[in-house]
Design a protein around this ligand. Structure first.
Ligand SMILES: [Fe+2]
Ligand SMILES: [Fe+2]
Length: 185
C-alpha cells in the first residue's frame, strides 16, 4: 500500500465492520445487564449505530466505492475479552460494571478511528465525507460520556454492596461496649 487514499479506504472498511457488528452486539449486551439505565443507553446507542452504518454507506457512495467491511482484529479482541470474562461467572453487579468498561473500550476504539478518518478526509479534500464521519464521531463521544457516567454510579454502588458490613475487630469493640454498659446499669 502506497497511497493515503488506500489507507483511508482500509480504515473505512475497518470501522464499517465494527459498526455492522455492533448492530447485533449491542442488543446482546443490553440483555445481559439488569441495570435499566445501562440497558436503555445500550439500546439507544444501537439505534444510533444503525445510523452510523447508513452514514458510512453514504461515504462509500460519495467516494464511488462499494461498501465493503474488512474484519477488524482490534474490535474482535474487545469482543473476545467480553466472552472470556463471562467464563469467570461474575455476579450480576460485577457484570454490570464490567459491561460499562467493555462499552467504554468500544467507544474509545470508534472515537480513535473516526478522529483519524475525519483528519484524513479533510487532508484528501473530501469535506462532505469528513462532515458525515464527524456526525458519527460526535455521537460516539456522547455515548462514551453517558456510559462513563453510568459506570461511575454502578462502581460506587457495587463497592458499597461488596464491602463487609463491619470488620471483626469493630464488632468485638461494640460487643465489649454493650457488655460494659450492661454491667454499669
Ligand atoms: Fe458507532
Ligand atoms: Fe459507538
Amino acid at each position: 500500500m502506497r497511497q493515503p487514499r488506500e489507507l483511508f479506504l482500509h480504515e473505512l472498511k475497518d470501522i464499517y465492520y465494527v459498526e455492522k457488528t455492533l448492530t447485533t452486539t449491542l442488543p446482546r449486551l443490553a440483555a445481559e445487564t439488569k441495570d435499566t439505565e445501562l440497558a436503555a443507553g445500550l439500546k439507544a446507542h444501537q439505534r444510533q449505530t444503525e445510523g452510523h452504518v447508513k452514514n458510512l454507506e453514504k461515504v462509500f457512495q460519495k467516494l464511488g466505492e462499494p461498501a465493503r467491511a474488512e474484519p477488524c482484529p482490534g474490535f474482535d479482541g474487545i469482543k473476545r475479552e467480553h466472552d472470556k470474562f463471562l467464563e469467570e461467572r461474575p455476579t450480576q453487579d460485577v457484570l454490570d460494571v464490567f459491561l460499562t468498561g467493555a462499552a467504554s473500550r468500544t467507544e474509545h476504539y470508534e472515537i480513535a478511528a473516526y478522529t483519524g478518518l475525519v483528519t484524513m478526509a479533510k487532508a484528501l479534500g473530501e469535506p462532505e465525507v469528513a462532515e458525515l464521519l464527524d456526525r458519527n464521531l460526535k455521537q460516539e463521544k456522547e455515548a462514551l460520556r453517558t456510559v462513563e457516567k453510568i459506570g461511575r454510579r454502578l462502581s460506587k454502588a457495587t463497592a458499597k454492596n461488596g464491602r463487609p458490613a463491619r470488620s471483626p475487630r469493630r464488632r468485638t469493640t461494640a460487643r465489649k461496649r454493650t457488655a460494659r454498659a450492661t454491667s454499669r446499669s
